[in-house]
Design a protein around this ligand. Structure first.
Ligand code: NAP
Length: 135
């Protein structure tokens, strides 16, 4: 299993035409490396990852989206995420992982599980064009 924690920022990474034209970032990654990925951890800044872990059941426990085409792989990483103090939500297939890309409502907003479930559903408008993004 490969895990994709990456994000595409053209001013940092260089322009990638396929993504600029709408290809989901992790689909592009899969094509580059020639195998499927599970996308997670891209939505949480490293400082929050270090500080925001909570015991299961805590009201302020942050939840992370997990996207991918392999259900078993997603279950495994969900267990891993739980062990380091975070809830998770299955965010769908890798083609749907644009819902957790930069510019989406769940990106770097540290949602609870309930908020994450709601905001993923509300992500009906595609993320900002990459060229308009800033950290
Ligand atoms: N930092 C965060 O808070 C955070 C949170 C969520 C997601 N992310 C995403 O995770 C990814 C990595 O972020 P980071 O903060 O870990 O960046 P980073 O500290 O700058 O590390 C980037 C790593 O990628 C390597 N690298 C860069 N260009 C490469 C190339 N052409 N071929 C092979 N290796 C290359 C670098 O190697 P060298 O050291 O040899 O240059 C370095 O080890 C990004 O997509 C970022 O958006 C970051």
């Amino acid at each position: 299993m490969s895990i994709d924690v990456g994000n595409y920022y053209p001013f940092r990474d260089g322009r990638i035409d396929e993504i600029e034209n709408g290809l989901t970032e992790s689909v592009w990654v899969e094509r580059q490396i020639g195998r499927p990925v599970v996308k997670l951890l891209n939505t949480i800044p490293s400082k929050a990852l270090m500080a925001a872990g909570r015991l299961a059941g805590s009201r302020d426990r942050v939840a992370l989206p997990i996207s991918g085409d392999n259900t078993k792989a997603k279950e495994i990483v969900a267990q891993l995420i739980d062990r380091i103090g975070f809830d998770s939500v299955d965010a769908g297939t890798i083609a749907e992982s644009w819902r957790q890309q930069p510019g989406s409502p769940v990106y770097c907003t540290n949602p609870t599980k309930e908020e994450l479930q709601l905001w993923l559903k509300k992500s009906t408008v595609l993320h900002l064009p990459p060229t308009e993004r800033r950290d």
